[in-house]
Design a protein around this ligand. Structure first.
Ligand code: KIV
Ligand code: ZN
Length: 388
């Protein structure tokens, strides 16, 4: 069965780098960009060139070293921003300018203090200007998640006519529910006459914890590009997590989508970004968190030890993570205890495990996690008592 490609647009180096305390220097950005290219992302948003001389430098250097992947620079719908971005991208093999403006009445009134008509005009002007520099122009309709649908459709139609090759429909404030975001994309698919001339992109923030769900709803409704970051980092509660959407697409074959991501490199990439940005990955983070493949309750451990698929929909090796862990706590059962004893060299029979289990619960109730050293002490005690 032929599956449709979902383009992965990584914005770790731009939206991700906006996280307080995570600013990267040029060398760090170049190293991460090369790893993102090796991971297989289709587009690297390298930065916002007009924002600082350092960011201009980073985007320019990334444009020189990245070989095949599209390199993208962000701009506002402002002439100077676009000219500077074009300059920073001039050595890129596949340059993309990402320009745009607010599209919700909230942004139009409070950020721009202007009218919908003026926004439309500025959007078209910016797109035309960007197309003078590069053949690939992405337009973002900021805060599209809260924008009036009919106006959004008009804006998107106008920028496609002006030459936009990709139209980004950001849920900038992470406000939409999945069915609402999907309806927004479907509305554009059905009401923008020239929509087939551009790729629709999802850019979802995670303020309500729905960024991944919204991005998946978006592609099911017709979008073909997802904007995301490694570990889901980004402004406020973050962006859509790259590893989550990639693995959801991979696991749900019935969606008939594929990406070009080398999924076995996901864990390593996650650690690389975490270390470089000095931002820990939460232990319960899907796909790449320390506990993503750890089993600690007796019921789960017993099932998992009989057959891994009872409690794992992804095998750790699929994302390049260490093997699954059986963690011993006061909620663990006999099978887990026997398994862990076996791993450290003790093959106890059922009666011995029963006897050890009582002792184990006493120890487990007194600490967060029972370690191999605790097990060794228990094993020595029981072996000595048998010897006497
Ligand atoms: O969240 C957002 O709307 C953005 C745009 C600049 C694409 O990051
Ligand atoms: Zn964003």
């Amino acid at each position: 069965m032929n599956t449709e490609k979902i383009y992965i647009f990584d914005t770790t180096l731009r939206d991700g780098e906006q996280v307080p305390g995570c600013k990267l220097n040029k060398d760090e950005k170049i190293r991460l960009a090369l790893h993102l290219e090796a991971l297989g992302v289709d587009i690297i948003e390298a930065g916002f060139p007009i924002s600082s001389p350092g960011d201009f430098d980073s985007v320019e250097s990334i444009s020189r070293v990245v070989k095949e992947t599209t390199v993208c620079g962000l701009t506002r719908a402002v002439q100077k921003d676009i000219e500077v971005a074009a300059e920073a991208l001039k050595h890129a093999k596949r340059p993309r300018i990402h320009t745009g403006i607010g599209s919700s009445d909230n942004h139009i009134k409070y950020k721009f203090n202007t009218t919908r008509e003026d926004i439309l005009e500025r959007a078209v002007k910016a797109t035309v200007l960007a197309r003078n520099f590069v053949p690939d122009v992405e337009f973002y309709a900021e805060d599209a998640g809260r924008a009036d649908l009919a106006f959004l459709a008009k804006l998107i139609e106008a920028v496609i006519n002006a030459g936009a090759t990709v139209v980004n429909i950001p849920d900038t404030t992470g406000y939409c529910l999945p069915h609402q975001y999907a309806n927004k994309i479907s509305y554009l698919v059905n009401n923008v006459p020239n929509i087939d001339k551009a790729i629709i992109s999802c850019h979802c923030h995670n303020d309500l914890g729905l960024a991944t769900a919204n991005s998946l709803a978006g592609i099911i409704a017709g979008a073909r590009q997802i904007e995301c970051t490694i570990n889901g980092i980004g402004e406020r509660a973050g962006n859509t997590s790259l590893e989550e959407v990639v693995m959801a697409i991979k696991k749900h074959k019935e969606l008939n989508f594929h990406t070009s991501i080398q999924h076995t490199k996901l864990y390593e990439m996650s650690r690389e970004v975490s270390e470089t940005m000095r931002m820990v990955v939460q232990p319960n983070k899907a796909i790449v968190g320390d506990n993503a493949f750890a089993h600690s309750s007796g019921i789960h451990q017993d099932g998992f030890l009989k057959e891994a698929s009872t409690y794992e929909v992804i095998a750790p090796e699929e994302v390049g993570a260490d093997t699954s862990k059986i963690v011993l706590t006061a909620r663990s059962g006999r099978s887990a205890l026997a398994y862990r004893f076996k791993k450290i060299g003790y093959d106890f029979d059922r009666d011995q495990v029963d006897a050890l289990y009582k002792k184990f619960l006493e120890v487990a109730d007194s600490k967060k996690e029972v370690q191999d050293e605790d097990l060794k002490l228990m094993a020595e005690e029981i072996t000595e008592s048998i010897a006497y």
